[in-house]
Design a protein around this ligand. Structure first.
Ligand code: GLU
Ligand code: ZN
Length: 312
């Protein structure tokens, strides 16, 4: 019997539980939910908790409570990345193996290397500094033990383009931007964009809508999916970042207020307004979301990199 192919769009929300939801992460959740539902799709929930130092089970629980209170009901089972480390390691030792190598350079070794480069460079120091994110590939041919050392992945050194449904056409060379990034730390922690790429592929995600802060990682993600022989993502959307009145991005680092879901309808109205959607009638969260889905429109967000929330 032929296997049934489904063309239903699949979107997802993939929070890292390093804090509670704030207005920025809430708008990402709401936008990706309304957008994928407006296409008749499924909305998956994936908890990106590979960073055991920064993630906390309590935050995960609070995120689930908040999403439920807001009527943002996910489809299917929740995926927890902390339970999938073996899957990522399997990819690193099979399909991705030819691109990866052990690296023994410490941060200090690299600092010293860049200091020396800066002194010897005929160029001005800003040019050398801008190259600092790129690992100088000292270990690429050393064939170091893969288990004993951190593992780096060679990203392609050519420009990759994709059409972003909000930010327009994008081109980037992932090797120039990120270099050979660390795929797995010496302590075993998996790089988050590597884990996200593998999961998006395995979950057959078709539409990724997320914050603009992840845009610089997107060509790396496209190349990892390709190298891992996982399905390509057909549709990308990077949402403008929500900023406070001083223009700073709302984030856990600058202590954005956690959302207060005691009045979920009010919160939905506010997030929709921030996302420049038509107003919906004040009602239960579920009914408000229904109306928001019916009215959903990406057009007002196009080309925008930042939206201001006045009171945060
Ligand atoms: N886990 C990431 C975050 O919370 C999102 C990654 C993604 O959506 O691809 O910022
Ligand atoms: Zn090295």
């Amino acid at each position: 019997m032929p296997t049934q192919t489904t063309s239903q769009p699949i979107g997802r929300f993939a929070p890292s539980p390093t804090g509670e939801l704030h207005l920025g992460s809430l708008t990402t959740a709401l936008a990706s939910f309304c957008h994928i539902k407006s296409l008749g799709g499924r909305w998956l929930l994936r908890i990106e908790d590979t960073d055991t130092e920064r993630c906390d089970q309590q935050f995960t629980e609070q995120i689930l409570i908040d999403l439920e209170a807001l009527g943002l009901h996910w489809d299917g089972d929740i995926i927890y990345q902390s339970e999938r480390i073996d899957i990522y390691n399997d990819y690193l030792s099979s399909a991705l193996r030819p691109l990866t190598y052990g690296c023994q350079c410490s941060r200090k070794d690299l600092e010293q290397y860049w200091e020396k480069e800066k002194k010897n460079s005929p160029f001005d120091s800003s040019q050398v500094l801008s190259d600092r994110t790129r690992y100088p590939r000292h270990c690429v041919a050393k064939d170091l033990d893969r288990q004993q050392h951190k593992l780096r992945i060679q990203l392609p050194d050519y420009s990759i383009g994709f059409n972003d449904g909000i930010q327009g056409l994008q081109w980037d060379n992932p090797q120039q931007t990120l270099g050979d990034m660390v795929a797995r730390r010496q302590d075993g922690m998996i790089n988050y964009i590597l884990a996200a790429s593998i999961d998006d592929g395995l979950q057959q995600v078709t539409h990724i809508m997320r914050g603009l802060d992840i845009l610089p990682m997107t060509t790396a993600q496209i190349s990892i999916l390709h190298a891992a022989r996982l399905p390509a993502i057909g549709h990308w959307y990077h949402l403008p970042l929500i900023c406070n009145s001083e223009g700073q991005k709302l984030s856990k680092q600058n202590l954005a207020q956690p959302i207060d879901t005691r009045d979920p309808s009010q919160l939905i109205a506010k997030a929709l307004q921030l996302l420049q959607q038509s107003a919906v009638d004040k009602d239960t969260p579920t009914n408000m979301l229904k109306q928001a889905i019916a009215q959903w429109d990406n057009t007002p967000l196009q080309g925008q990199q930042q939206l201001n929330s006045c009171d945060s």
